[in-house]
Design a protein around this ligand. Structure first.
Ligand code: NDP
Length: 249
């Protein structure tokens, strides 16, 4: 079984860089229409142009912050107004930050991780679900190997990714055969997220080269392109879970 996605409509959050950008090209090569969402509009337009070159018949850009409920609703509304259908929703938008719990003065600064990674995926899926049900579509949840690998200074990020995995594992049971669920748990991938730029405990971006060096030394580094290939291939085959070994195929 391999779903033909040509002419169907795929919404990708976090499509302005990294894995999300590569996912756009993988879907585009297969002829899917795309809705690309993120905060950096200029980058989204650059991705949209390349996606058209790769073969997507129609690409729409939506500047949006998935931590805002009204933005999640707007992504889905604009998709339906323009395309009239929604077949795959890829919840990929995410941020990472690093800090020891006891270094953190105000835990509130870290709520953004849950707001974007977890709640963004929840709201997107809630608003998209009726349309996914109509199309017998699929939701793809980008979790992480971080959801089961404890590492110091990663507690907030890891918790957000574990929440995603369990939330969508449970939705799989609720959705039954009507909406497919593919959960993805990438390992370490070279991207903006892992280039040593993290939020510090005041919510500001900092470079944490140590953290990056440690990660690179313990986990084989993968490329966004091979990760995106594995995700789209697995989603179209209706696979339930994609873990790191799939990258090497
Ligand atoms: P990037 O930083 O390149 O991509 C993150 C994407 O999320 C960007 O497009 C960013 O766009 C978007 N984003 C961040 N915050 C928001 C927001 N509030 N609203 C909308 N979009 C947002 O990193 P990756 O490609 O590596 O990360 C993609 C996903 O893969 C994340 O969920 C990450 O946790 C996950 N992952 C990554 C791994 C890795 O090693 N790189 C490993 C396992 C999982 P913008 O800034 O324009 O809003």
């Amino acid at each position: 079984f391999c779903e033909d996605i040509a002419g169907k409509v795929v919404v990708i959050t976090g499509a302005s860089s990294g894995i999300g950008e590569s996912l756009a090209y993988e879907y585009a090569k297969r002829g899917a229409c795309l809705v690309l969402a993120a905060r950096r509009e200029k980058s989204l337009h650059a991705v949209a142009e390349r996606a058209r070159d790769f073969g997507s018949p129609d690409v729409m850009v939506v500047k949006a912050d998935v931590s805002k409920v009204q933005d999640c609703r707007r992504i889905v509304d604009q998709t339906m107004n323009h395309f009239g259908r929604l077949d795959h929703l890829v919840n990929n938008a995410g941020i990472m930050s690093v800090a020891m719990l006891e270094e953190v003065d105000d835990v509130t600064d870290f709520r953004a991780i849950m707001d974007i990674n977890f709640w963004g995926s929840v709201y997107m899926t809630r608003f998209a679900a009726p349309y996914l049900r109509n199309s017998r579509g699929r939701v793809v949840a980008v979790s992480s190997s971080a959801s089961w690998l404890p590492a110091p200074r990663m507690s907030f990020y890891n918790a957000s990714k574990a929440a995603i995995a369990q939330f969508f594992e449970t939705l799989r049971v609720e959705f039954g055969p009507d909406i497919g669920v593919t959960i993805v748990t990438p390992g370490f991938i070279e991207s903006e997220l892992t280039q040593g730029k993290f939020l510090n405990n005041a919510g500001r971006l900092v470079v944490d080269q140590d953290m990056r060096d440690v990660q690179v030394n313990i986990i084989p580094v993968q490329r966004v392109e091979s990760c995106a290939k594995a995700i789209v291939r697995s989603a179209l085959r209706g696979e339930r879970y994609v873990t790191e070994p799939a990258w090497f195929k």
